[in-house]
Ligand binder design. Structure first.
Ligand SMILES: Cc1cc2nc3c(=O)[nH]c(=O)nc-3n(C[C@H](O)[C@H](O)[C@H](O)COP(=O)(O)OP(=O)(O)OC[C@H]3O[C@@H](n4cnc5c(N)ncnc54)[C@H](O)[C@@H]3O)c2cc1C
Length: 288
């Protein structure tokens, strides 16, 4: 069985509302299709893994590249305090399901866009919580050798916005979370507080969230603000006036403009701090 690839515009999928063309995108719906894809493409193509593209700048990919989306991996099972989630489920939806089931642990993460697979890959977090706080185990499919594997949270060696999973090789198919039983109404109240707080700090315009990781606990937005970079723009992309750590699309911004502005910000932060900031945003395509 072969799964057809399609050409899609990343602009239509990404939270940035901007992005190049993905010449070969595939959307497997289950393990059988994923295995078949791996057999078809792994030798002569470069394979990339994508979730919701809420943290990925897509410059455009060519005929040799195959971007495998996790979209079709949908399903949530709850057994006692363990929630098993297929990779393509949205983080926001998983948090809602946990609330309905009276399970606490995802409140701080309840408004993070993107999929659970993407969240685990980059150890997404908010406030003082990260997804790694609640990960019990992760099921993987290796795109290089077609093997499957289950890793415990300890084996993944999570750190701040980091997991040791191999980028574009270890396809996360399922994540098991260990949560804690609590009153649904209390969970809902905490979620509402988090959402309100984020409304105050996160720009409304389309973006990819924070561009850089913190440096020794300090947000790179702080350094950009001090450097007078709030509002600085390249074409339609702009360092947010509300949160200097986020680049927003003010309308019609291109991925190349985002890249140019991000590189510019990198240089300013390096000049101020004496060290190159690490990108949180992943760049897909272009000359890679
Ligand atoms: C408005 C806004 C607010 C945000 N706030 C936060 C925040 O508070 N905290 C935070 O941490 N992030 C935040 N983000 C960034 C982003 O939403 C998260 O990093 C999210 O977890 C990325 O998920 P995704 O599915 O969109 O991943 P993608 O952008 O599609 O991919 C990100 C990385 O994960 C990998 N990946 C995706 N799915 C899989 C899979 N199934 N298997 C293996 N690898 C995979 C990709 O290869 C890529 O390396 C924000 C973004 C926006 C737009």
């Amino acid at each position: 069985m072969s799964i057809k690839s399609v050409t899609v515009s990343a602009a239509e999928i990404s939270t940035l509302g901007s992005g190049g063309m993905i010449q070969k995108a595939v959307f497997p719906k289950n393990m059988t299709e994923l295995v078949s894809l791996q057999r078809t493409y792994s030798v002569s193509n470069r394979l990339y893994i994508a979730g919701g593209l809420s943290n990925t700048l897509v410059l455009g990919t060519g005929e040799r590249d195959v971007v495998i989306f996790s979209d079709g991996f949908k399903g949530i099972r709850v057994r006692d305090d363990i929630v098993s989630v297929l990779a393509g489920e949205k983080m926001t939806h998983v948090a809602e399901v946990a609330r309905i089931c009276g399970l606490s642990g995802l409140e701080d993460l309840c408004a993070i866009p993107g999929t659970i697979g993407g969240a685990v890959s980059g150890n997404a977090g908010c406030m003082d919580s990260s997804i790694s706080d609640v990960v019990e185990s992760v099921k993987l499919f290796h795109l290089d050798d077609g093997q499957t594997e289950i890793l415990s949270a300890e084996e993944i060696a999570f750190r701040y916005r980091y997991s040791n999973l191999r980028k574009n090789v270890d396809f996360i198919t399922e994540v098991s979370l260990r949560l804690i039983a609590d009153d649904s109404a209390k969970i809902a109240a905490r979620m509402s507080k988090v959402r309100n707080k984020r409304k105050e700090t996160i720009p409304l315009q389309r973006s990819l969230g924070s561009v850089f990781k913190r440096i020794e606990g300090v947000s790179c937005g702080y350094y950009l603000d001090v450097a007078g970079y709030k509002g600085k723009n390249v074409g339609g992309m702009q360092v947010s006036e509300k949160h200097a750590g986020i680049i927003v699309n003010t309308g019609g911004g291109t991925p190349e403009e985002y890249l140019e502005l991000m590189t510019d910000c990198e240089k300013i932060i390096q000049k101020t701090v004496g060290k190159k900031p690490e990108r949180e945003v992943i760049v897909l395509g272009g000359d890679l």
